[in-house]
Design a protein around this ligand. Structure first.
Ligand SMILES: Cc1cc2nc3c(=O)[nH]c(=O)nc-3n(C[C@H](O)[C@H](O)[C@H](O)COP(=O)(O)OP(=O)(O)OC[C@H]3O[C@@H](n4cnc5c(N)ncnc54)[C@H](O)[C@@H]3O)c2cc1C
Length: 322
C-alpha cells in the first residue's frame, strides 16, 4: 500500500518511477492484504497520537479524490449495555462523533435495531475493500507511466533516489522496526446488511466488522506482539466470531471464507516515520494505519523531494542513525 501510493503520487507529479516488488503476484507477501481497511482517523484517536488523526484526515480526503471505491458512510461504535462505561470512555478519548439514540441508530443501520441502546457515529470516516483498492492503484500507476518490476527483490542500482517501502522486510536497515500480528476472518453472508464499519467496544479488546460489498465482511483484528503470520488461533477465532455475532446474530449463518494474520510494521512508539539517508528515503512503521496514512505520507515525501523541506513531525530517525 505504501509503495503504491508513493509511485502513484510521484508519477502524477511528473517524476520517472520504477516500482520494484519482490513478490511476483504484486501483493502476495504484503501485510496490506490483511487490512480492514477502515479509514478512521477520529476513532483511532482512542489510542493513537494527534499526528495520526491529522495525517489521517488528509489520507481520507486523498482516497476520496483518487479512488471511486472509497465508501464514505462513516463509522459506528457500539457496546453491549453492560459495557456502557467503555463506550463513554471511548467518547471522551475521541472527537468528531455524535451520539445516536436507539431510534436514530435503527434508521441509519437497520440491522442494529433493538440490539444497542445507541451508538457513537463518526460521520466523516470511510472504508474500502483492500484488494480492489490495491489493484486500482496498480492500474493507475501503470496508466501514469510507472514501470513495474514484479518478482524483483534486488536493491535498485541506477536510481537517483530509492524510496524504501518494504514494510517489515526493511528490518535489516531499520533495526527498531517490529511486527505486530493482526488476525482477521472474512465471512460471506446474504442476511447481514451493514453499510458502514461497526466497532464493538469491549473491556478486553475492540473488534470491528467492515462491510466490503458483495456480502463479504472482514472481522478483525487482534493486536499481538508477534511477527507470526500463520493461521489464527482458536481463541482469537472465538473472540472475533463472538463479537460479530454480538453485532448481528445473523452472522451465525455466514460462511467463513478466509482467515489469516498479517504482521503490521511498527516502530517502538507505533508512529510512522520518514527517514532520509544515503540516497534512500524509508517510509515505514505505519502500524494499524497503513491505508489511512499512506496517501498523506506519499504527499509529504513528494514535497520533501521537490523542496527539501521536512514539513512534518513524522520525519525522524531510527536507532541506526544515532
Ligand atoms: C488484520 C489487520 C487489519 C488492519 N486494518 C487496517 C485498517 O483497517 N486500516 C488501516 O489503515 N490499516 C490497517 N492495517 C494496517 C495496514 O495493513 C498496514 O499498516 C499496511 O499494510 C502496511 O503497509 P506497507 O506497504 O508498509 O507494508 P506491506 O503491505 O507489507 O508491503 C511491503 C511490500 O514490500 C514488498 N517487499 C519486501 N521486500 C522487498 C524487496 N527487497 N524488494 C521489493 N519489494 C519488497 C513486499 O512483498 C510487500 O508487497 C491492518 C493490518 C492488519 C494485519
Amino acid at each position: 500500500m505504501v509503495g503504491l501510493w508513493q509511485a502513484v503520487t510521484l508519477a502524477r507529479r511528473g517524476h520517472d518511477v520504477t516500482l520494484h516488488e519482490r513478490s511476483a503476484e504484486a501483493f502476495g507477501e504484503s501485510c496490506s492484504v490483511y487490512a480492514g481497511a477502515m479509514l478512521a482517523p477520529a476513532c483511532e484517536q482512542e489510542t493513537a497520537e494527534a499526528v495520526i488523526g491529522m495525517l489521517g484526515r488528509r489520507g481520507v480526503a486523498l482516497w476520496r479524490e483518487t479512488y471511486p471505491g472509497t465508501i464514505a458512510n462513516g463509522t459506528l461504535v457500539v457496546a453491549p449495555s453492560r459495557d456502557r462505561a467503555e463506550l463513554d470512555r471511548f467518547a471522551r478519548m475521541t472527537k468528531g462523533h455524535q451520539w445516536l439514540p436507539a431510534n436514530e441508530l435503527a434508521a441509519l443501520e437497520p440491522a442494529l435495531r433493538d440490539r444497542f441502546t445507541g451508538a457513537l457515529y463518526f460521520a466523516e470516516e470511510a472504508h474500502l475493500a483492500p484488494e480492489p483498492a490495491l489493484r486500482f492503484l496498480l492500474d493507475r500507476a501503470r496508466q501514469d507511466g510507472v514501470r513495474l518490476s514484479l518478482g524483483d527483490g534486488a536493491a535498485p542500482e541506477s536510481a537517483d533516489l530509492v524510496i524504501d517501502c518494504r514494510g517489515l522486510a526493511a528490518k535489516d536497515d531499520l533495526p527498531d522496526l517490529r511486527g505486530v500480528r493482526g488476525e482477521r476472518i472474512i465471512v460471506k453472508s446474504r442476511e447481514v446488511i451493514l453499510s458502514r464499519p461497526v466497532k464493538l467496544v469491549h473491556p478486553r479488546f475492540p473488534v470491528y466488522v467492515v462491510p466490503w460489498g458483495d456480502g463479504l465482511y472482514m472481522i478483525g483484528a487482534t493486536v499481538i506482539e508477534s511477527e507470526e503470520t500463520g493461521p489464527i488461533t482458536l481463541r482469537s477465532a472465538l473472540d472475533l466470531l463472538s463479537a460479530a455475532y454480538a453485532v448481528d446474530p445473523a452472522f451465525a449463518e455466514a460462511e467463513i471464507v478466509a482467515q489469516g494474520a498479517g504482521a503490521r510494521p511498527a516502530f517502538p512508539d507505533n508512529r510512522p516515520r520518514i527517514i532520509a539517508r544515503n540516497g534512500y528515503i524509508y517510509v515505514n512503521g505505519l502500524y494499524r494505519h497503513g491505508f489511512l496514512l499512506a496517501p498523506a505520507l506519499a504527499e509529504l515525501v513528494a514535497d520533501y523531494i521537490e523542496t527539501g523541506v521536512k514539513d512534518s513531525e513524522v520525519f525522524g530517525e531510527d536507532r541506526a542513525e544515532r
